[in-house]
Ligand binder design. Structure first.
Ligand code: AQP
Length: 352
């Protein structure tokens, strides 16, 4: 079992279907690296209560939970080094969320961009759970007194909210919670392949993302149809261009790269062998890069990167007993920490 002396990490994903490469490169891969650094005491959650805030079929939930645990393990999370748990297995998550609800000013939640986006696209069910999603997330993190939260960029506002709640609780009752900080990766915001102005999301539809389970043929097809040029208004600063005065005069003068192209380079940087990204970026700066070359190099690199993950997934797919055992162990470990935190919290808020 993981040591209790180190800084604690908590992060989680919702069991809402297959993971995409945005979830993986933006968060999960980083979790594996942080776990393997040995510098942290890691807890990684499968947040099923959060997954209930959007329309879902209850019959799918158990499978989605098992699938997400399999994704975690296939990507390299190791139950001997990290704790893997299901949120609803430790009911104190919702108890603490209720207490936090009672110190959360409504305007703090009204300004949350994820709520605005999701309630717009979830018109049939704009529920209170979706509204107070960040409160439950603050409870997830603070129940374990985690100080480090590795997530994608879309979650930074929620982690910032957790800091506010920790501070409010500490000022109002007693100083018992750390103020957690966000940890981002280089690919903290991958864009949709078909509409690079949007975040890569599975709810946008299949052509917008690469699923971790996609076949090589599917990956090639999706990358080859990825949008690269989106017009001058949608260009983003390419900071590295200004550091390289010898190359790519035309593009360097613009100093900008389309979001779609940057998205492909962002993925390439993480999944390709050392040197490949620089080589193609140099060509881009010189103005000699063929997008078809960038795309085929990237597709091959993604296929190679995902291969061992997909092989591990096949091994684990039928071993449901092993998965269940890992989740039971995770719940037992987390329950002990949760009991301790909640005893302190109940005392301080006066509900002994
Ligand atoms: N496009 C992304 N780039 C980088 N990181 C991302 N994350 C999500 N999308 C990207 C990070 O993945 C983790 C899992 O978050 P989640 O379970 O809340 O999933 P999500 O953000 O709801 O994923 P989708 O695909 O966008 O789902 P739908 O479409 O169903 O809402 C988080 O750390 C998140 O930052």
């Amino acid at each position: 079992m993981p040591s209790t002396q180190k800084n604690r990490i908590f992060s989680a994903m919702q069991p809402t279907g297959s993971l995409h490469i945005g979830n993986y490169l933006g968060a999960l891969k980083n979790w594996v690296d942080l776990q393997n650094s040995g510098g942290y005491n890691c807890i990684f959650g499968i947040v099923d209560y959060h997954a209930m805030t959007i329309d879902y079929d209850p019959r799918d939930m158990p499978k989605h939970i098992t699938d997400l645990a399999i994704d975690y393990l296939s990507a390299g999370l190791d139950p001997d080094k990290s704790t893997i748990m299901v949120q609803s297995h430790v009911p104190e998550h919702t108890e603490l969320a209720w207490i936090f609800n009672c110190i959360t000013p409504m305007p703090e939640l009204e300004r949350m961009t994820q709520y605005k986006d999701k309630s717009r696209s979830n018109k049939t069910n704009p529920n209170v759970g979706l509204f107070s999603y960040p409160v439950l997330m603050a409870a997830d993190i603070l129940l374990y007194k985690a100080d480090t939260v590795p997530v994608g960029e879309d979650q930074t506002q929620h982690v910032e909210f957790s800091r506010i709640i920790a501070r409010k609780f500490n000022n109002r009752f007693a100083k018992i919670f750390p103020e957690p900080r966000t940890l981002l990766t280089k690919s903290a915001r991958l864009s949709s392949l078909a509409d690079p102005a949007k975040k890569m999301s599975k709810s946008l539809g299949e052509k917008h993302y690469i699923a971790l389970t996609d076949t090589p043929a599917e990956i090639k097809k999706k990358i080859s149809s990825a949008v690269t040029d989106t017009g001058p208004s949608k260009r983003v600063e390419l900071s590295s261009t200004s550091e390289d005065p010898e190359r790519g005069a035309k593009r360097r003068v613009e100093g900008k790269m389309s979001r779609g192209t940057k998205n492909l380079f962002d993925m390439l940087e993480v999944v390709s062998p050392l040197g490949t990204h620089k080589e193609l970026m140099d060509e881009y700066k010189k103005g000699t890069l063929k997008y078809s070359d960038l795309k085929s190099t990237l597709a091959d690199a993604i296929i190679n990167h995902l291969k061992p993950i997909q092989e591990k997934r096949k091994e684990l797919e039928h071993d449901h007993d092993k998965i269940a055992q890992i989740l039971i162990q995770g719940a037992e470990h987390c329950q002990k920490i949760a009991d301790k935190t909640m005893e302190e919290v109940r005392n301080k808020v006066g509900i002994r």
